[in-house]
Design a protein around this ligand. Structure first.
Ligand code: CA
Ligand code: CA
Length: 151
């Protein structure tokens, strides 16, 4: 596979970005997408590492959510910060994950992520409604884990 930044078309990127913006307009939660080339032998450990390095814990209510997609091994993980885990049921992300994976199976990666983000936003809104003077605490842009940058 070539450059991971060329994985999404411009349309896909736009779809994902607007999904994040929209989702964050109805919840104080912060959603980010991280694209990795490969997940390695321990996808969960890799996802957690990305979570830390992206500063996903730096939200006031600890309600950051990271969607991690490893392209080569088609691994997809949703990680939420502690503030979410404390409030929601254990199967909270299952339906989101199912929607995303279903689209992935049809080769619809951008749309799958966008739908998942939308659903995640709706679910988060039940526990973390948007606040007055909401701040965009984490960048909405997709994070690509290629060499030379973790931003
Ligand atoms: Ca926010
Ligand atoms: Ca944001």
């Amino acid at each position: 596979m070539g450059d991971i930044r060329s994985f999404f078309s411009e349309e896909d990127e736009a779809l994902i970005l607007s999904a994040v913006r929209e989702a964050e307009s109805c919840t104080s939660g912060e959603i980010r997408v991280r694209i990795e080339k490969e997940a390695g032998s321990d996808p969960m450990a890799a996802a957690r590492k990305a979570f830390e390095s992206l500063g996903m814990r730096n939200t006031e209510l600890h309600n950051g959510v990271l969607f991690v997609l490893a392209l080569e091994d088609r691994q997809f993980i949703i990680l939420g910060d502690d503030g979410i885990d404390q409030k929601v049921p254990d199967d909270f992300w299952d339906s989101v994950r199912d929607v995303v994976i279903d689209h992935f199976g049809k080769g619809q990666f951008g749309q799958g992520l966008a739908e998942g983000i939308k659903l995640a936003g709706e679910q988060l809104a039940q526990y973390f409604p948007c606040q007055k003077d909401d701040v965009d605490e984490l960048p909405n842009a997709i994070s690509y884990a290629d060499e030379g940058g973790d931003k």
